[in-house]
Design a protein around this ligand. Structure first.
Ligand SMILES: [Zn+2]
Length: 272
């Protein structure tokens, strides 16, 4: 067979695999999809949660530094400047630099929005290289963030040699409370958080949050939340209430609170 035919064949196989995984996500992860339909429960847990405790338990400093170094190789200026909202062609370039398969496509029918994306390791039989899928039915900022999350899984497995057992990592929207209990998911989310809030921004937003207080990163003040919204507007021209359809509003609000609290906790616990 010619090289060209081989390539077409491989692409068709990967395409088929993605369709299969998407349909499996829908059938096998019914519990996650049911939770996605009741976003207030996740939100309530996040608001109350002590993020410093989760970080301390699930992400050692040495691993955090290794992952930040990996991301800095891919995205120069990581944690010094915010990572811009990346269009899909740019995501494809980054994926190519990491020697990954990449697929960006909308998955919008039948609860499809519940899924933000997934990362597939080489374990999944037919793959010579790992694969990242992002669901482009989401807002471009969410798509870009999903990509960072999945690259986080990839770096964890490449640099730290983790996640050898799970062939497919699903990212369900607003499933953040569960991420706080799983080291691999938490590490991936930490990378998203740093991408959006580099150190200088984090220091400015959260400075007033811990003066004279016991470091806990528990309840985000109204002032901090205002600063978070201001930063997202300035950096990404992102406005939750104007740009996100009502049905997704609470999911995106969860994301905003989750990544902000995570960033605050990183500052408090690791001074990064
Ligand atoms: Zn994940």
């Amino acid at each position: 067979m010619s090289a060209m035919a081989n390539k077409v064949n491989a692409e068709a196989r990967i395409e088929k695999m993605i369709v299969r995984i998407l349909s499996e996500a829908h059938d096998k992860e019914a519990e996650k999809i049911a939770a996605w339909k009741k976003p207030t429960e996740d939100l309530r847990r996040l608001v109350r949660h002590d993020y410093v405790r989760s970080l301390r338990k699930n992400l050692p400093y040495r691993e955090l530094k290794a992952l930040v170094a990996g991301f800095t190789d891919l995205l120069p200026g990581f944690n010094r400047h915010f990572v811009g909202m990346m269009p899909t062609y740019q995501l494809a370039e980054h994926a190519a630099n990491l020697n990954l398969h990449f697929k960006a496509a909308p998955n919008d029918g039948d609860d499809g929005l519940a899924l933000r994306g997934f990362y597939v390791t080489r374990k999944e039989g037919i793959l010579k290289r790992p694969l990242i899928y992002v669901n482009t039915a989401h807002h471009p900022l969410a798509v870009s963030s999903t990509f960072c999350h999945e690259v986080g899984h990839h770096m964890s497995s490449e640099i730290l040699g983790e996640d050898k057992e799970t062939p497919v990592h699903f990212f369900f929207d607003a499933d953040y409370a569960s991420h706080l209990e799983e080291p691999g998911e938490l590490a991936a989310d930490v990378m998203v958080s740093i991408a959006g809030y580099p150190e200088p921004v984090a220091r400015r937003i959260f400075a007033s949050e811990w003066e004279g207080l016991v470091a806990k990163a528990k309840d985000l003040s109204e002032d901090a939340l205002l600063d978070v919204r201001g930063h997202l507007k300035k950096a990404y021209n992102f406005e939750l209430t104007n740009q996100i359809p009502g049905a997704q509003m609470l999911h995106y609000l969860s994301g905003m609170i989750h990544y902000a609290k995570l960033r605050w906790a990183l500052l408090v616990e690791y001074d990064i």
